[in-house]
Design a protein around this ligand. Structure first.
Ligand SMILES: [Zn+2]
Ligand SMILES: [Zn+2]
Length: 446
């Protein structure tokens, strides 16, 4: 069949573009079944139905069109826009992901030389930029499963490409979670395999920095994964407790408050070892982390996660204390201060949590008490303030008895008290900023 010409649409194709705009999936499905509808037809601007659906933010429509054979990389638009570019412009993260998974090429540029990521950034759709920058197509890894140039064997054994790709596409970068994923897979949990994976990560990191459209975010992610893999290999070859030893080291809390110092130092060290010192991303990370005392917020993990995945408003209550998985909802029944995804995560953490659980329980009770007191104080304050006028304006400005606010304030109070109670040890630890941190992180003795 001849390629579709711009603007030569059948009646049904015109109807299809209309129902796409309305989001009528059922009707679109019916029309796509008609032999008078070409899924890659072009309107007068060279836009395909998929481009329309992406731009209008209709995800179900996008999925259906792709199922019907829509070409995700069609590039007939008058300004060279692709469906991925339209997805980025729409600001819909999910649609952006759907396009990438369907094989959208991230390097294509429009008529003024901009990639989809650059276009999305230009209009302030940073979530979409993150999705695009974090996406690593399987082919990128598959490249290393074949010997290149003079190599006798490939850098990456083909059987490792699948499991490695799963790790590369993860958005939970918690080191414990990564080690858990490695432990789950006997192919990966082996010194030689981990070393090879680490090397491939470094090579991709280098490529990300040297390609025309530099991708610092993916480069940092690859570098970080490489660091975790190398450390896993080290524990596997040197420690009797193998990967469990690494997990324990990462979780072990310090005496004073249970803060996992080794984990914090490990992540800081990974960032510090990023080989491209001059990048904006690295500078940004160092600026956010270096002045923070070890044990205070933000943690290196939250700063790194935010930089790589673009997650903002990092509230630790929603994340598993052990593995950093989002949406954890099982609380320690004693202290109610730590949260896990499941019993397994709680079990792994107990060896160190048991040392502070009682203290945390006391802190929790105090916090609840303070919250109740503060609420009462506010209610009383309101009663006295309510006396003078009945002006509608001043009424609006009066503090509402908002339970959320009271809760927050009391949490602050509790935190201040906790900080005061910290022994000198925390200060000594914190003095080591990111730059002057000792060259190596020592594993805590078992
Ligand atoms: Zn967990
Ligand atoms: Zn507890």
């Amino acid at each position: 069949m001849a390629p579709p010409k711009k603007g030569e649409l059948t009646q049904e194709e015109k109807e299809l573009l209309e129902v796409i705009g309305q989001g009528n999936v059922q009707e679109a499905g019916r029309l796509l079944g008609s032999k008078n509808v070409r899924v890659n037809c072009l309107d007068e601007h060279g836009m395909t139905p998929l481009m329309h659906a992406a731009y209008k933010g209709k995800i179900d429509m996008c999925r259906m069109l792709l199922r019907h054979g829509a070409n995700v990389n069609c590039n007939e638009h008058e300004h060279g826009y692709t469906a991925l570019m339209f997805a980025g412009l729409s600001g819909n993260k999910e649609i952006t992901r759907v396009m990438l998974e369907a094989g959208a090429d991230t390097d294509v540029v429009n008529s003024v030389g901009r990639t989809a990521a650059q276009m999305a950034a230009f209009v302030g759709q940073h979530d979409c930029v993150t999705v695009i920058n974090n996406f690593c197509p399987r082919e990128r890894l598959d490249y290393y499963t074949k010997p290149q140039g003079l190599e006798k064997e490939p850098r990456l054994p083909p059987k490792l490409a699948g499991p490695l790709h799963k790790m590369v596409t993860t958005t939970n970068l918690h080191p414990v979670k990564i080690v858990m994923l490695i432990k789950e897979n006997p192919l990966l949990a082996e010194v030689d395999a981990l070393k090879k994976c680490a090397r491939v990560m470094e090579l991709i990191c280098e490529k990300c920095m040297k390609q025309r459209d530099m991708n610092e975010v993916l480069a940092m992610k690859m570098h970080y994964l490489s660091c975790v893999f190398q450390k896993c290999a080290k524990f596997l070859s040197e420690r009797e407790d193998k990967l469990d030893g690494f997990i324990k080291s990462l979780l072990k809390g310090r005496e004073s408050d249970g803060f996992p110092v080794y984990q914090e130092k490990f992540i800081r060290e990974c960032i510090r070892k990023f080989p491209y010192c001059e990048t904006t991303l690295l500078q940004q990370l160092v600026r956010s982390i270096a002045p923070v005392e070890i044990g205070s917020d933000p943690t290196a993990f939250s700063v790194l996660t935010q930089a790589i995945t673009g997650q903002v408003g990092f509230v630790d209550v929603e994340f598993c204390t052990t593995c950093g998985e989002k949406g954890a909802d099982k609380r320690c029944s004693v202290c109610k201060m730590v949260i896990y995804c499941n019993q397994n995560c709680q079990k792994i953490h107990w060896f160190t949590h048991k040392k502070v659980c009682k203290e945390l329980k006391a802190a929790y009770e105090k916090q609840e008490l303070e919250a109740a007191k503060e609420k009462k104080r506010q209610e009383e304050r309101q009663k006295t303030e309510k006396e003078p006028e009945v002006d509608s304006n001043s009424n609006e400005e009066q503090p509402e008895p908002d339970p959320g606010v009271t809760g927050d304030e009391s949490a602050d109070v509790a935190q201040e008290e906790k900080a005061e109670a910290l022994p000198a040890a925390s200060e000594a630890d914190g003095a080591a900023g990111l730059q002057d941190m000792a060259g190596r992180v020592r594993e805590p003795e078992e």
